[in-house]
Design a protein around this ligand. Structure first.
Ligand SMILES: *Cc1c(COP(=O)(O)O)cnc(C)c1O
Length: 468
């Protein structure tokens, strides 16, 4: 969450309010707007409080038109009903809500099976608030296992974690919070994600693991997890170093099992120790749920596991939070039950088809060049063609916003800082009709953009939406 500071504006507020809230409402008799930055002295009737909050929120963007986010913005009404029924249940109260705990357990079992754990019954896993928490847990397990193997040198030796420069910000957080050196493989030319050989070269006796991303947030491409494992196998043969791999499948771990069955990225690869996903991305649940799974108990050091009461015994838990809502876990189970493999396949296939068609339509406009085509994650990144000098991607992002579309524009990391792109994330609920409207709006803008004398965005930092 942003770290907020005190009031940015003076505390005085206008003394005029909608009379419906005040004198025209004989009950509340409100004449002055309540303060916004300190607790009001007196209570408000619920209807008035509701109206004030509701009205302010009207200025938020429309989430369905938010093509920047990977997070679910539409679910069926039945899922909404179930979530409302469960919003009072605390996930940590396993003993009080044993059925919710059981649904979580079943979700873990289904994911272990989906991700081809050699022995699904031996796999261990848990729900989290999202992939960020799941990655913290997976990283902690890697670090602790390394520390156990190197008890004679640690503390003292400095652990490191190897990853591509394109990792999501949660890995920077992990390395900062848990004091692990972050070793990043840079981008090179048209390679926008990790290179397996370069990753293996960064490993040494203090490497706790390598993170492979199934679905880079920068361009939607899959990192080559099987080649990464092969490069690390080769490293082991040469040097004896046995480095585990964690797959950050925040998005792709809920896409690849349905659309790319033959791609080897999961527990089929013996070197993959753990996998995370965001239930609230292509797991199709509203924000607030992620999953972390380990191949077996051997990959998750027992000393990191805490126990809570459960039906007269105890239940092992692994989490950063204590209290957490149960509704999202219930909604995940609902989604699994509701769709099954065939349903998930149909949903993800449709989303990918929309992404690929839209990418083609954007390319056909002539002004743009695709980096990716939406054929891995249903996500594509594009930039302006080399002969386009009148405007840049930041202009496109800003002008599309006038039509309600939220499309982030951002600059790539070191080695490719010359490259700025736009990215479109297609999700269930972004239909081909909406995609068509998107292209029409983009096409309609082009004549005006082409008439510009040059890019009008000078402060690129300010122009860039947060794109993770
Ligand atoms: C979104 C994302 C994350 C963070 O996930 P949250 O569920 O938002 O915490 C981590 N890694 C990757 C690759 C992501 O796409």
């Amino acid at each position: 969450m942003p770290l907020h500071t005190g009031p940015a504006k003076p505390a005085e507020r206008p003394s005029t309010v909608n009379p419906f809230y005040g004198e025209a409402d004989p009950v509340s008799g409100m004449t002055e707007a309540p303060p916004q930055h300190r607790l009001p002295e007196a209570p408000l009737p619920p209807a008035t409080a509701y109206q004030l909050v509701h009205d302010e929120l009207m200025l938020d963007g429309n989430s369905r038109l938010n093509l920047a986010t990977f997070v679910t913005t539409w679910m069926e009404p039945q899922a909404g009903v179930l979530m409302a029924e469960c919003r009072d249940k605390n996930m940590i109260d396993k003993d009080e809500y044993p059925r919710t705990a059981e649904l979580e357990r079943r979700c873990v079992a289904m994911l272990a099976d989906l991700w081809n754990a050699p022995d699904p019954a031996a796999a261990v896993g848990c729900s989290t608030t999202g992939s960020s928490e799941a990655c913290m847990l997976a990283g902690m397990a890697l670090k602790r296992r390394w520390a156990q193997r190197n008890a004679d040198r640690y503390p003292g030796a400095r652990p490191n974690l190897v990853m591509g420069v394109n990792v999501q910000v949660c890995w920077e957080k992990f390395c900062s919070f848990w004091e692990v050196e972050m070793r990043q493989v840079p981008m090179e030319g048209d390679r926008f994600h990790l290179d397996p050989q370069a990753a293996a070269e960064l490993c040494d006796e203090n490497t706790i693991g390598v993170v492979g991303i199934l679905g880079s947030t920068f361009d939607g491409s899959y990192e080559p997890i099987d080649e990464l494992c092969a490069a690390l196998d080769e490293l082991q043969e040469r040097t004896g170093l046995d480095i585990p791999v964690h797959v950050d499948g925040a998005s792709g771990a809920m896409v690849a099992p349905f659309l790319d069955e033959h791609l080897r990225w999961d527990f089929r690869l013996p070197r993959v120790a753990s996998i995370n996903t965001s239930g609230h991305k292509y797991g199709l649940v509203y924000p607030g749920v992620g999953w972390a799974l380990w191949r077996s108990a051997a990959e998750l050091p027992e000393e990191l596991v805490f126990r809570v009461n459960y039906l007269g015994g105890d239940m092992p838990t692994f989490a950063l939070n204590f209290s957490r809502p149960g509704a999202q876990v219930v909604a995940q189970y609902y989604t699994f039950l509701r769709l099954g493999r065939a349903g998930f396949k149909a949903v993800q296939r449709t989303t990918r088809a929309v992404a690929m068609q839209l990418a083609e339509r954007v390319a056909a406009l002539g002004d743009f060049q695709l980096l990716t085509r939406g054929d891995e994650l249903p996500v594509f990144a594009f930039t302006t063609a080399t002969d386009v000098t009148a405007y840049d991607v930041f202009d496109v992002s800003r002008r599309m916003r006038e039509n309600g579309w939220l499309v982030p524009a951002y600059t790539f990391p070191p080695h490719r800082e010359d490259l700025s792109v736009l990215r479109v994330v297609c999700r269930n609920g972004f239909s081909s009709d909406l995609a068509e409207l998107f292209v029409e709006d983009l096409e309609r803008l082009l004549p005006e953009l082409r008439r510009q004398s040059g890019p009008s965005t000078h402060d690129k930092g300010a122009a860039t939406c947060f794109h993770h």
